[in-house]
Write a protein that binds this ligand. Structure first.
Ligand code: SF4
Length: 83
């Protein structure tokens, strides 16, 4: 997987609800996707992905991962490659 295709939390962009709604230009759907605090935090810290952050992996990221029904180990692997 190309590292530009993962989100700050390590998710494959193709699995991300916000990314999919944005790509489809579906603003109604996008309005119903909760704001991604991890994405915003990474942006504020000036890193592209969380594994490039000195606080990796923080409670905020761990909480996000807990809420996913996706393969978190794969996300962690993606982040390790993107360091
Ligand atoms: S690891 Fe935590 S503190 Fe660092 S950018 Fe990601 S969410 Fe923010």
């Amino acid at each position: 997987m190309h590292m530009l295709n993962i989100g700050s939390c390590g998710i494959d962009c193709g699995e991300c609800a916000a990314y999919k709604a944005t790509q489809a230009g579906d603003m109604d759907k996008l309005k119903n996707v909760p704001d991604c605090t991890v994405y915003q935090c990474a942006h504020e810290k000036g890193v592209r992905v969380c594994s490039q952050c000195g606080d990796y992996s923080c409670g905020k990221l761990e909480a996000l991962w807990k809420g996913y029904s996706l393969d978190v180990d794969q996300m962690k692997g993606n982040l390790a490659k993107a360091r």
